[in-house]
Design a protein around this ligand. Structure first.
Ligand code: C2E
Ligand code: MG
Ligand code: MG
Length: 623
């Protein structure tokens, strides 16, 4: 009997079904649809074999033809079901969920399926067998073949139309699967004794399984937890189908520099086991030492999180601590992109517990908006540098100025640096921004030649992140050499906090630049740690008293003694002092008497654009 191919196919599909069922898997829509498609393929093959047996029996013996007709009908109905499930497997997630036309398309395909199944059941069917040629015919089979063709063709068209929305290997797998089916149908039509369709559909399932649905790809080899890749698929799936979730993330931080590899692996394994033992919810290993569990609701998440935290001491015998990130409601974020941006940003937070509150999510959005603003301003050349002159008390002139960056928005407004420098430092954009600022300062020096009007030096603010590990302060030297600027015309302002972060690297960079002739100031003095060590041993020639520090002199009796004392000490250390934030004549006079070397403040001038600054110098330095 002509059933060998179908029997082989049945064996193949059975193997896939067993492997698929046995693997630990995530509750993903695609997986469910694949499972359905496998089931339909399996059922279809069984009825394919049964129909061949029944047709042979009825033709060659007195087996009841009504039973054979019924079995043949069930077979073709299942064949259409298979095409229908195939189409749903491909189109779900591709067709937009909220568009009316997409809903109409969906309803149309459901309708033709329902109508088709009824027609196949009620319309007459015939069958014939002659040697190895066995088939059914009649109006019922015509409906079946027409519908199958519609489903296969629509599936191929949908795959092609939406190819940009899927990874390349998904596209290839889909086309191969449907193409093989179509080819097999054509061959079977031309050579009726070759019953290829059943085998082709099983073969298609093998392709889908290997390429797309193999759950072991989602499993971390060491812990058996799901991987980051799986988390990504899972989170995308839940957002796509509007399924709210809560997430709990735990990160192990080792408290010693030397951690034995085996002990670390053991700690990872124990954490994994502890997470799995807490409940049936999927647990993921998203980094070497970072784990997360996804819950359906926040109450359960908070309850489990408390449990995990309680257990953590038993989890590792290493000197380690855990930090936790909790996302009570996924709908707080607009979608998977924002969700992962949040995770990426706050996983490294210093706090022991971070909760994704609406306020924190809003902060991320604001930051992201500012990040976009910076990128756009760099791209469209809307970064501007303003200059604020310093008054040199001894020389009675303005021979130094600070370069202060601004962003000019597309509609002409000015964004002050306080609003974007902290974000730029966090996102790393400070590197590019710093280069643009430095470049503009050099252009200004070359084009406008402010030295003609008595300006000796420009001070440029520089963040810790701008210092290079590989080639110290490369961009500074490269730029001034390119513009042919004498290094003595540039003074760089660093801050105490920056110096505290990576002192070694900072010193290496500073010394490198100092050798070439560049000088340094210590900015924001009086706001940070103000540890004597920082300014005594830092190779800086100028200390800048921060606005708040200078003003405390006028507002606080105790600082009244600190400030003059500090000026005295710094002078003994042969350093110069700049007082920032001087706004009135009285304040200026007090600073002069105190012996401050330079005065910077709105009293003399606010930070102003290039042209205005040149006018200022012309007017005030050429008396
Ligand atoms: P900073 O380096 O301490 O700069 C001095 C700030 O004090 C400037 O604010 C200046 O406008 C302001 N200021 C000066 N005199 C007075 C005054 O009399 N009264 C008051 N209320 N304020 C005064 P700005 O321009 O908003 O800059 C803020 C901070 O942004 C700077 O503080 C600096 O830390 C940072 N920044 C500015 N430009 C750059 C840059 O190109 N790179 C880096 N990394 N940071 C920059
Ligand atoms: Mg400064
Ligand atoms: Mg300052």
């Amino acid at each position: 009997m002509n059933i060998e191919l179908q029997c082989c196919a049945l064996f193949v599909i059975f193997t896939i079904a067993v492997m698929f069922m046995r693997e630990k898997k995530l509750d993903l829509m695609n997986r469910k649809l694949f499972q359905r498609a496998v089931f339909a393929c399996f059922a279809c093959l069984i009825f394919d074999i049964l129909s061949v047996i029944c047709i042979n029996l009825s033709v060659n013996s007195d087996f009841n033809p009504v039973i054979t007709e019924f079995v043949c009908k069930l077979y073709i109905m299942l064949l259409v079901l298979q095409g229908y499930f195939g189409y749903i497997y491909v189109s779900t997630g591709l067709l937009p969920r909220d568009k009316t036309w997409a809903k109409a398309v969906r309803i149309f395909y459901h309708m033709i399926f329902a109508v088709g199944e009824i027609l196949m059941l009620v319309l007459p069917i015939g069958f014939t067998a002659s040697g190895r040629i066995v088939y059914s015919f009649g109006p019922s089979t015509t409906v079946a073949y027409s519908l199958s063709a519609i489903y296969i063709l629509t599936t191929i068209v949908t795959t092609i139309v939406y190819r940009k929305q899927m990874p390349g290997r998904r596209f290839i797998a889909m086309i191969l699967w449907q193409g093989i089916w179509l080819l097999a149908a054509a061959v079977q039509f031309a050579v009726p004794q070759l019953l290829l369709v059943g085998f082709a559909s099983a073969f298609g399932m093998v392709i889908l399984y290997i390429q797309l649905e193999n759950p072991s790809e989602f499993i971390d080899g060491y812990t058996g937890l799901f991987t980051t890749h799986a988390l990504s698929a899972y989170v995308h799936d839940r957002y796509k189908f509007g399924k709210r979730f809560s997430l709990f993330t735990a990160q192990i931080h080792y408290l010693t520099n030397y951690v034995d590899y085996n002990m670390e692996q053991a700690a990872v394994m124990r954490t994994a086991r502890a997470l799995v033992s807490l409940g049936p919810e999927p647990a993921f290993r998203i980094d070497d030492d970072t784990f997360c569990v996804v819950y359906d609701d926040k109450d359960r998440m908070f309850e489990r999180a408390a449990n995990i935290k309680k257990q953590k001491d038993g989890v590792t015998d290493l000197p380690a601590k855990g930090t936790y990130l909790l996302v009570p409601d996924s709908m707080e974020m607009s979608g998977p992109d924002e969700f992962f941006r949040f995770l990426h940003t706050y996983l490294e937070a210093e706090e022991e517990i971070t909760v994704a509150s609406p306020k924190l999510v809003q902060k991320l959005r604001d930051q992201n908006g500012i990040k976009g603003l910076i990128d756009e301003a760099i791209r469209e050349d809307r970064i501007e540098v303003f200059y604020q002159p310093f008054y040199n008390v001894k020389e009675d002139c303005f021979d130094t100025a600070e370069a202060l960056v601004r962003i000019r928005t597309a509609d002409g407004n000015i964004v002050p640096p306080g609003q974007f420098i902290p974000v730029a430092e966090e996102t790393g954009q400070i590197l590019q921004l710093g280069i643009v600022v430095f470049e503009k300062v050099c252009q200004f020096l070359v084009r406008k030649d402010p030295d003609k009007y008595g300006l000796k030096q420009i001070e440029v603010n520089i963040s810790a992140a701008q210092f290079d590990i590989e080639n110290p302060a490369k961009f500074v030297m490269e730029t001034i050499e390119r513009y042919g600027i004498a290094p003595g015309r540039i003074n760089l302002e660093i801050t105490e906090t920056a110096a505290a972060k990576n002192r070694e690297l900072m010193l290496k960079n500073m010394n490198h630049l100092i050798e070439k002739g560049i000088t340094f100031s210590l900015d924001d003095f009086g706001t940070g740690l103000s540890n004597i060590d920082y300014f005594v041993n830092m190779p800086v020639g100028i200390i800048k008293f921060d606005y708040s520090f200078t003003h405390s002199y006028f507002e606080n009796d105790k600082t009244r003694y600190v400030l003059p004392g500090m000026v005295d000490i710094l002078h003994k250390l042969t350093m110069h002092v700049v007082a920032e934030g001087i706004e009135t004549e009285d304040q200026m006079n007090v600073m002069k008497i105190m012996g401050v070397d330079y005065i910077q403040g709105f009293y003399f001038s606010r930070p102003i654009p290039e042209a205005e600054f040149i006018d200022f110098l012309k007017e005030n330095n050429t008396k």
